[in-house]
Write a protein that binds this ligand. Sequence first.
Ligand code: SF4
Length: 250
Amino acid sequence: MEPKRSNVLFNIPHQYCAGTGCTHGMLTIMLAEIIEELRIRDRAILVGPVGCSEQIINYLDVDAISGPHGRALSLATAIKRCLPDRIVITFQGDGDFASIGIAEAVHTAARGERICAIWVNNGLYAMTGGQMSVTILLDQKTMTTTEGRSRQFDGAPLHASEILASIEGSYFITREAVNSKSNKEKCRASIIKAINLQIDGHGFNVVEVLGTCPTNWHMSPKEAIKRIEQEVMKEYPLGIKKDLSEAKNE
Ligand code: SF4
């Protein structure tokens, strides 16, 4: 077993697909390190979804709960309203956040809830075998788009972060990736910022992360990262979509 990277991590093997280069593991460790660095272990409440991302609640030694599919943000809203001093963070996939849960995401943004959402966009429902989600690219083949996603029959890719940025109540919305050392550092900084904004009483704060699912993409770890860089980033450009804290500083 690998030595433990953070005291917030339980020293148990992860059940993310082993050896595939799945980015969920990297983000799980990153979030554990951030919670330790910000010294919020006793105040953090992690809300999991349904999907591969849900596993994170088993690996971090913080208070945690999972919601029904697509409802993590509603659960997080209730927790934050009942326990306003706690720091509430959801960790979701695109199936949960942007597909089944898009109504929750939109209304959480409209209400400006003081919570953070981290969601991993890998374009499909990974845990159930790789059905298309709203974020897959056009022409991408999945279990339910065997000939590739068609604009006519399946619709165009949904840019959830841009939608949320256009809603008056949202506060900080960004899209990041973990394909390189520098992007990993940017992602880490954005998650820290989203949490610190919540601590300062601001929200809704969202960090989308372009992630890989080498298992359902049927790719090696290297091929999956290359796909993120050559295809996914063209459809989903990285960067901050909205930052009201910067607007106030101008
Ligand atoms: S199915 Fe995909 S997203 Fe889920 S753990 Fe495996 S590689 Fe990661």
